[in-house]
Write a protein that binds this ligand. Structure first.
Ligand code: PXG
Length: 456
């Protein structure tokens, strides 16, 4: 079987003929031809035409240590030769699976001492749901089944991930969400709040949770799940008042609070976890992406002690994946987290490169197309507006974002578009010079977009 093709057009042909891509308009892709990425180093990737591209999205919000870290490659190679696979079912473990669990207990918030492993954020959110249901069963409150998420929240693409999330497009393509999943608004101050004080709006947005709990009946609600900063939904940074109020409401009605840290976890916001940036203490956290800097598919749910204590004495929990705690993935994640810790990568996001990046992105707030800039650490969103003075949006929303994304594509910078928000989430190891390059290119693409849509 010939697995190696010689030219971009051959790769494109084979890809078109045999590969179904995630979240992709197939006809559109086939008309254009796929871009073939061949290698990466630091914050750059290269395509099969030799273009060097600055990756403002760290792969897919995940390559926190950047591409080509030798230590991670060596650890994977060594682990594969020692023990490429063994499972963690049936009273067994492997040394990397346990070593990583122990390290995770150290770097995650106080009181979180146990991890349940998966291979993707979606899988781990399925695990969260199984754990939530089990918890309330063993606590003697089996009526508590409903989980509340948020519109435009993203928790993955499995059936349950899509139920937890609030992506209308995904829901429409299935009979989703299933009963037992409910949603409140996202805390999007700029779009929803007019001139209201952000903290006042944060409280208002959080109180929708209380309204929803009362509407559903407090004794039927099991948990609330949210991303500290919504990522795929447009880098929606809630006002500071939001999360403490959400926590207060969860505690008041005794419902579990879940932080989906798949994007925010492992340093993205300048703290180890997003919940620490926003001052709340979840009962469980979903982690993936930055857990291994994307070098291996791995995820986990961190579970607070009181949940473990409730479930542990009650017999078998019928849940798990063949690759839960995969030895190569856990070995690589262990090396990745050790580097994040020992090299002070997250400290640097908090004190140096994060503030530098945020100052730079806020300069783009002066751009005629950019109505709102938001972010923390090394994550940012810029909302493109038809008229920033009157906060008039483009119609339809999304077309301008796509135009901008296409300019980025042509000019060798990766930015993601959600609606008309342009998003950045570069590797945490990005240098100041690379941040400068990123924003030079971003501004150029914004200028081109502004000309296309007649804003300058
Ligand atoms: N939770 C959050 C907060 C995520 O961002 C998932 C769960 C699911 O993880 P997996 O590993 O199953 O994909 C995610 C994933 C985008 C994009 O276009 C974002 C994600 C995935 C794919 C595309 O922004 N986030």
């Amino acid at each position: 079987m010939n697995l190696v093709f010689n030219s971009t057009s051959e790769w494109q042909r084979e890809d078109r003929d045999h590969h179904l891509h995630p979240f992709t308009d197939i006809a559109q892709l086939n008309a254009k031809g796929v871009r073939v990425i061949t290698h990466g180093e630091g914050v750059y990737i290269w395509d099969s035409e030799g273009n060097k591209i600055i990756d403002g999205m760290a792969g897919l919000w995940c390559v926190n240590l950047g591409y080509g870290r030798k230590e991670l490659i060596e650890v994977a190679t060594k682990q594969m030769s020692e023990l490429a696979f063994y499972n963690t079912f049936f009273m067994t473990t492997t040394t990397p699976a346990t070593a990583l669990a122990s390290l995770l207990a150290e770097v995650t918030p106080e009181g979180m001492n146990h991890v349940f492993y998966g291979c993707s954020g979606s899988e781990s959110n399925d695990t969260v749901v199984r754990l939530v249901w089990r918890y309330w069963d063993v606590k003697g409150e089996p009526k508590r089944k409903t989980i509340i998420g948020r519109n435009n929240g993203y928790h993955g693409s499995t059936v349950i991930g899509a139920c937890l999330g609030g992506m209308g497009g995904m829901h429409k393509q299935g009979p989703l969400p299933y009963p037992g999943f409910a949603h409140i608004d996202q805390p999007h101050w700029y779009i929803n709040a007019g001139d209201m004080d952000p903290d006042e709006y944060g409280l208002l947005a959080a109180r929708q949770l209380e309204d929803k709990i009362l509407e559903l009946g407090p004794d039927t609600v099991a948990a609330f799940i949210g991303e500290p900063i919504q990522g795929a939904g447009g880098v929606v940074v809630p006002p500071d008042s939001y999360w403490p109020e959400i926590q207060r409401i969860c505690r008041k009605y005794g419902i579990l609070l879940i932080s989906d840290e798949v994007i925010c976890g492992f340093g993205r916001t300048g703290e180890w976890f997003g919940c620490q940036s926003f001052g709340f203490e979840p009962d469980m956290m979903t982690m993936a992406k930055g857990m291994s800097s994307g070098y291996q598919p791995i995820s986990g749910v961190m579970v607070r002690q009181h949940i473990v204590d409730a479930i542990a004495p009650t017999g078998e929990f019928y849940h798990g994946y063949t690759y839960s705690g995969h030895p190569v993935a856990t070995a690589v994640a262990h090396a990745n987290i050790s580097i994040l810790r020992d090299e002070g990568v997250i400290e640097r996001v908090k004190k140096d490169i994060g503030p530098y990046f945020q100052a730079k992105v806020r300069e783009l707030g002066d751009h005629p197309l950019v109505g709102n800039v938001r972010g923390r650490g090394l994550i940012a969103g810029m909302e493109l507006m038809k008229n920033k003075k009157t906060r008039e949006r483009f119609d339809p929303v999304g077309k301008t974002g796509l135009i901008c994304r296409n300019h980025c594509f042509e000019n060798n910078i990766i930015m993601r578009a959600t609606g008309d928000a342009m998003l950045l989430s570069p590797p945490l190891v990005i240098s100041r010079d690379e941040v400068d390059e990123l924003f030079e290119k971003a501004k150029m693409c914004l200028d081109m977009t502004a000309r296309d849509v007649g804003v300058i």
